[in-house]
Design a protein around this ligand. Structure first.
Ligand code: GSH
Length: 209
């Protein structure tokens, strides 16, 4: 069985959404990102993944795959008939990779990551100043489209929906970009997306309590 190491509401949420949209049963292991402990057995997460970051997908053969862009495409390719990623070689596959890379670098590492890890750092001024410009890109793209790539839900939508959800926690109101707010609302009505977010919100509240 496939396994996913995650932390509630972290970027690994996109992988959970992808697994659930794909209808793949998985075993989930919760990791505390600050202590680097695997909660179920108090094990050292760095023994699982030297990067110390989620998501980590444990494949059926025991190999471990990291990096959201790779993990999300791997999950999508387990069920090619669902179209969670365009077929390898199709021009849209490069569009998918273009978005996964943009979300993972410009939005996640460019803004969300420093906001949560270096809250009091003066260097946060620059990412904050840039985030409007960064988000205007998907906002313009989604003004007349339902999804990021082609005309169906893909794992890039799972990744962007997670990033948009986290914006609020980072003090940014997504309503500033009406196309993004409408898009997030649409994506969140998908039953599997709703269920994945519900599960992780509940876990998050149980830790925070
Ligand atoms: N490039 C990685 C970044 C993964 C990442 O930064 N994950 C965060 C949670 S959203 C994490 O585990 N951070 C813990 C750390 O870096 O120590 C990806 O896209 O998957």
């Amino acid at each position: 069985m496939i396994e996913l190491y995650f932390w509630p509401m972290a970027c690994s949420l996109a992988s959970r959404i992808a697994l659930m949209e794909a209808g793949i049963d998985a075993r989930y292991h919760m990791v505390h990102l600050w202590t680097k402990k695997v909660l179920e057995d108090d094990g050292d997460f760095r023994d699982v993944a030297p990067k110390g970051a989620v998501p980590v997908l444990v494949l059926e053969n025991g190999e471990r795959l990291t990096e959201s862009a790779a993990v999300l495409q791997y999950i999508a390719d387990l069920k090619p008939e669902l179209g969670l990623a365009p077929a390898p070689g199709h021009p849209d596959r490069y569009r998918l990779q273009e978005w996964l890379s943009f979300i993972g670098t410009e939005i996640h590492k460019g803004f969300l990551f420093p906001t949560f890890w270096y809250k009091d750092d003066a260097s946060l001024v620059k990412p904050r100043a840039r985030i409007g410009q960064t988000l205007s890109v998907p906002s313009a793209h989604l003004a007349d489209r339902e999804f990021l790539v082609g005309n169906r839900f893909t794992v890039a939508d799972a990744h962007l929906a997670w990033a948009l959800l986290l914006l609020r926690a980072a003090g940014i109101d997504v309503a500033q970009w009406p196309p993004l707010a409408a898009y997030l609302g649409r994506i969140q009505t998908r039953p599997q997306v709703k269920a994945a977010i519900g599960t992780e919100m509940q876990l998050w509240k149980s830790i925070a309590a």
